[in-house]
Ligand binder design. Sequence first.
Ligand SMILES: [Zn+2]
Length: 216
Amino acid sequence: MATTRSERQDQPYNPCAGTILRVVEAPRRRMLTRADGQAYWRRRHVSEMKGKRVRPTPAEEIRKSFVNCSKGEAKKLTLPAGLDSQDWAATDFLGWVDPRAVNNAYLVLPRGEEVVGVVLRANNPPSSALRSSTCAFCLTTHMQSDVGLFAAPKAGAAGRRGNTVGTYVCADLACSAYVRRKRRPSAPQPAETIGDDERIARMLVNINQFVAKVLS
Ligand SMILES: [Zn+2]
């Protein structure tokens, strides 16, 4: 498997040197330190994630939620289509690809009562890795062309040095629709005995672990 730039990092993580990241400017605003953020994302379990959804989030709050891009980029990025008519009850997290710049994709996830946004870049998967056809978030099995390789710049100084975290996920980032079987993948799915609620909670745990790496 190809080595990502983040795996080549030689500096151990030092929480004392963590960059303070502003999450949202809301009445219940909290400052998210990198050490605090990692602990939050890593201790999530499936049972805690049951019933969690991203709450209806105004456009301005979405823009302020991104932890791994500049304020300038967050101001200009393309928001998800149909935000005003979003079915929030069926949206565990927001995931979208910018139709004007298809290499740019975004996630916005629930974090307690707040939201956290992560910028992704779509990469061409190396040919040796094309056997991978399962989304790392929702575990939907896809035909190879329907899984995308995305890299998230790490938050803070590590990201500015070019370090990223890579993952293979649904190319359309529509995991919320796949776990509810509202969108059908073209590949046959392995039999599962767990219900939708467990599948959704498992997906959120997987995304949390990805975000923990972005914040590390
Ligand atoms: Zn997925």
